[in-house]
Design a protein around this ligand. Structure first.
Ligand code: C2G
Length: 129
């Protein structure tokens, strides 16, 4: 079973590795869409700390990841799922319910986030040191 997931994975941390390993364990292959720098800018009004090339490089190096591609728009999830023939979409539960409309083409599962860690918090901590 081919699993697909999406994310920015900026300033890679343990919450990211936890969700990727758990997503991979839901099937036999894991495909990861890494959000582009432009997509992040349009969403958050700032570019990620790490470039999309570096973020893709980090995700590609993980043993639980089989294939990495660039996610250029949030609205293209349906196309990516079809293009890569994914059977299951996994996302963290901060996205709970948000992708249920895709359940006509694949299974959709939300996994609990790792508590007390986020890229935003890491940036704040480092900024105030
Ligand atoms: N995550 C987690 N636990 C944390 C932090 C993040 O499980 N403590 C999960 C998120 O739920 C998400 C994945 O890690 O499934 C990537 O998180 P982000 O990098 O914040 O990605 P996001 O901006 O949510 O995704 O199409 C979605 C976009 O790509 C953006």
């Amino acid at each position: 079973m081919r699993v697909i997931t999406f994310g920015t994975f900026d300033v890679f941390h343990v919450g990211h590795v936890n969700i990727l390993e758990r997503a991979r364990a839901c099937g036999t292959e894991l495909y990861v869409g890494v959000s582009s720098d432009k997509l992040n800018f349009s969403k958050k009004d700032r570019y990620p700390i790490y470039s999309e090339a570096d973020r893709m490089r980090i995700i590609s190096a993980l043993s639980c990841v089989d294939f990495v591609f660039l996610e250029e728009s949030l609205e293209l999830k349906r196309d990516y799922i079809q293009q890569y023939e994914a059977d299951l979409l996994v996302m963290g539960d901060d996205w709970q319910g948000k992708f249920d409309e895709l359940s006509d083409i694949c299974q959709v599962k939300y996994l609990p986030r790792t508590p007390s860690i986020s890229t935003t918090e890491i940036i704040e901590v480092v900024r105030h040191k």
